[in-house]
Design a binder for this molecule. Sequence first.
Ligand SMILES: [Zn+2]
Ligand SMILES: [Zn+2]
Length: 342
Amino acid sequence: MMKQSDNAMMRVMVLRGAGDRLQLEHRRIPEPGPYEVLVRVAACGVCRTDLHVQDNELPAINYPIVPGHQIVGDIMAAGPEAILPPGSRIGIAWLAHTCGTCEYCGSNRENLCDHTQFNGYHVDGGFADYMLADSRYCFPLDASLSAAETTPLLCAGLIGFRSLRMAGAATRIGIYGFGSAAHIITQVASHEKRRIYAFTRPGDEAAQAFALRVGAVWAGDSDQPAPAALDAALIFAPDGNLVPKALTDLKKGGVVVCGGIHMSDIPSFAYADLWAERQIRSVANLTRTDGRDFLALASQMPIHPEITTYQLEAANDALDDLRNGKIIGTAVLVMDQPGNQV
Ligand SMILES: [Zn+2]
Ligand SMILES: [Zn+2]
């Protein structure tokens, strides 16, 4: 195992408690455990889930916590049982650990594991110069890819991909909430010859123009009816009012897929809107198989995420801008450390 010098320090942006701003801390660079790798973070995407962690909208957040779960970096040191060697460029996503023994892990549904841990929620994530990760949950990446542009694939892309797969063979798909996940999965869906209808906050012309630019065939306000009956609706905005609205846009047999980890309460609606085998379902987390499948697909297309970059110490600005709807595409933190290729 390569050793860091004993006094090497790193910067982290830490969330000490619910509702706090992130604080800059200097910590000793940690050493990897048996299956772990020490990763020098090149870039880390910012996700709406990071806002839910800041706002204490998820159960049992392990404060103080370093957020961030869309990480591209390089392995600097590896524990004795690690399955990836130093020097590897890797991606780290939301899933940090599963138990491997529960009924979900035993049936190819580790995304539902009873004892999961997630990066930036239960264990410290990538808003940092360095982090530890279990090598069995890391994804090897092509070192020629842009680190900053690859980060959005690791949550927005992956969750969007799992949501799109839940839509089955749908050809006309509504997307409600046009941010990080939507702009990536619109490119995937268009590549698969599907037609994307983008619904944004009423009057958000910038988001509608953005949707059309990345391949949507139509874009409009979320309080307007769809211009054509849809086979499926993917909801990425955390607004429960969109669920009954999306149901009314569906054909018989259509499905509403809720892709977010948190959503405001869903108002009641008429059974007639659900009738004729329409469905509502959620998408939770990801499996490692999703990650491998999606990254393989992404390497063939290719996908072009739109990003806005921030320095690590400006992480609060990135969170604020995401919260205030100022981000087109994905906000990404880049760590200006010696040796990094961003
Ligand atoms: Zn399990
Ligand atoms: Zn995320």
